[in-house]
Design a protein around this ligand. Structure first.
Ligand code: SF4
Length: 213
């Protein structure tokens, strides 16, 4: 029998790149805003529209996160959750129409429960503000009341119940379109792929630790 030379890295590379390339056309579309845009730096959204290819990456930490999401998703699907559920809403800002889009990790429809999964290197400052806000936006988009935010880190496995609290989604979209929050958190610049092109980037933010992602 002839044996084939398998490379698992090649398989991962193909999977990761295919997923990222699929998103590129949408990344260029100025009418599409992601829920994750609403919890981050507004200027990143504008730079992504111009230079979407700069977001392509093949980083072990991100791949680990994708694998965890896929594995946990399968487990939750067996327990009756809808996984990787697409959510969207039309939003009008200054007479222009936008489409707000997001993907919920897991949703138990009969219980109105939304689950958001996060992987992280460290377990400092949990739960993080931007993750709580992201989950609250999903709750609002789905008309659900209860959220569960789970962190899978190298030394901690913790989950936080998050209750529904209204978010002014229109105002948040407006802030992104008008580019008024750059950055939203000081630590964002340190991890930003656009920092070398960004007029708002400031070097001191490189060392900013508080509230790190
Ligand atoms: S470098 Fe900082 S201010 Fe500039 S886009 Fe990135 S996060 Fe925003």
């Amino acid at each position: 029998m002839q044996s084939r030379n398998y490379s698992i890295i090649d398989i991962l590379y193909e999977w990761v790149l295919k997923e990222q390339l699929k998103k590129l056309p949408e990344s260029r579309d100025p009418r599409i805003i992601y829920v994750t845009d609403l919890v981050g730096c507004s200027h990143k959204y504008h730079l992504r529209k111009k230079y979407p290819e700069l977001t392509l990456s093949f980083e072990p930490a991100a791949i680990l996160g994708d694998i965890v999401h896929t594995g946990l998703g399968r487990l939750l699907a067996e327990k009756g959750f809808e996984v990787e559920l697409e959510v969207s809403r039309e939003i009008v800002v200054d007479g222009e129409q936008y489409l707000l889009k997001g993907r919920v990790d897991a949703f138990k429809r009969d219980e109105g429960l939304v689950v958001e999964v996060k992987t992280s290197r460290t377990a400092i400052n949990l739960p993080r503000d931007h993750h709580v806000k992201q989950l609250r936006i999903y709750l609002q988009l789905l008309g659900a009341e209860k959220g569960l935010l789970i962190y899978i880190t190298l030394d901690k496995l913790v989950e936080y119940p998050i209750e529904y609290q209204p978010v002014d989604i229109e105002e948040e979209v407006k802030a992104i379109i008008n580019d008024t929050v750059h950055p939203r958190y000081q630590w964002e610049c340190k991890y930003c792929v656009y920092r070398k092109l960004c007029s708002y980037y400031e070097e001191y933010r490189e060392n900013y630790k508080e509230g790190e992602r």
